[in-house]
Ligand binder design. Structure first.
Ligand SMILES: [Zn+2]
Length: 248
C-alpha cells in the first residue's frame, strides 16, 4: 500500500500539556532548525489530573497556533496515568511499574471506560477548534477493548512502538519508533547506543519514526543525538505527520 509514498519521516512529541508547554516550545524550535518543521503533537487532556486543558485558554490558543503552522494534534490518553487496578496480578504490576513507570492509562481499560475518556478528550480538543484524527495511547499501550473503541469512534489511526495501524482499513506499517528512556544514567547510555543502531537498521524502511518526550530535552547527549538523527533523516525523507501517512 505504501509503494507510491515518498520515503518519510514522522516525528512525534509526546505528553504535550500545560505542564510541558515551555519545553515543547524549545523542542519544536530545535526540530525546525534541523529541518523538521511539522510534527504530531500528542496532547494529554488532563495530565495527571493536574492540567485540564479546558481551564487554560492560553494553552489552547497555543495549540491552535501550532496547528496553523502545520503540526498535527493527536489525542494521547486522558490523564496519562494508569490507575492502580484492584487485584492486579504480577504481570500487570510489572507492566505498569517497570515498563511504563505507571503511565499505561489505556492498557487495561474496558470498552466503555476507554470510549468515554476518548470521547471526552477529543471533545476538549475539537471544542477548541482543533482537528484530531489519531489516538495514541500513553506508552503505546492500547488494550484490545480500547482499540475497538478508538476504531468505533472514528479515529483514523493509532501507533504502537512497532508501527502505525490504520484503524479504518486495518493495514499496518511496520516501523519501530526511535524512543529514549532517560530515567537513569544507565538507561540513557543504553538508549544512545540502541537508537544509533536502530536508526542505521531502519535506513531502508519507507517510514522512519522518532518519538520524543519532554524529559529527553533535559539531557544534552540525548537531545544532541535526537536532533542529529532527525537532521540526517530529514535530508532524504519527506517530513510528515502521522495523519499524512494514513491519509496518503
Ligand atoms: Zn505519553
Amino acid at each position: 500500500m505504501n509503494a507510491a509514498r515518498p520515503r518519510s519521516l514522522a516525528v512525534s512529541v509526546h505528553d504535550v500539556s500545560p505542564l510541558t508547554r515551555n519545553m515543547v516550545e524549545v523542542m519544536l524550535r530545535d526540530l525546525a532548525e534541523v529541518g523538521v518543521g511539522v510534527t504530531s503533537l500528542l496532547v494529554v487532556p488532563d495530565h495527571h489530573h493536574r492540567a485540564d486543558i479546558d481551564q487554560d485558554p492560553g494553552f489552547l490558543a497555543w495549540l491552535r497556533e501550532k496547528e496553523a503552522a502545520g503540526h498535527e494534534m493527536v489525542l494521547h490518553g486522558f490523564y496519562h496515568r494508569r490507575e492502580e487496578a484492584a487485584g492486579g496480578g504480577l504481570v500487570q504490576k510489572i507492566v505498569t511499574e517497570h515498563y511504563t513507570a505507571g503511565e499505561g492509562e489505556f492498557y487495561d481499560l474496558d470498552y466503555e471506560e476507554a470510549r468515554g475518556r476518548m470521547e471526552e478528550g477529543r471533545e476538549k480538543l475539537t471544542g477548541a477548534g482543533l482537528d484530531v484524527v489519531g489516538f495514541i495511547a500513553p506508552a503505546w499501550l492500547l488494550g484490545e477493548e480500547a482499540e475497538w473503541a478508538a476504531a468505533n469512534l472514528g479515529f483514523a489511526y493509532t501507533t504502537r512502538l512497532g508501527g502505525v495501524l490504520d484503524l479504518r482499513s486495518g493495514s499496518y506499517t511496520a516501523s519501530q519508533s526511535l524512543v529514549y528512556s532517560v530515567r537513569s544514567a544507565w538507561r540513557r547510555s543504553v538508549s544512545l547506543w540502541w537508537n544509533a543502531w536502530l536508526a542505521s537498521r531502519l535506513r531502508k524502511n519507507p517510514l522512519a519514526r522518532l518519538g520524543l518526550h519532554p524529559p529527553d530535552w533535559c539531557h544534552d547527549k540525548i537531545r544532541a543525538q535526537a536532533l542529529s538523527l532527525a537532521r540526517e533523516a530529514a535530508v532524504d525523507r519527506k517530513v510528515i505527520r502521522y495523519r499524512d501517512w494514513v491519509e496518503g
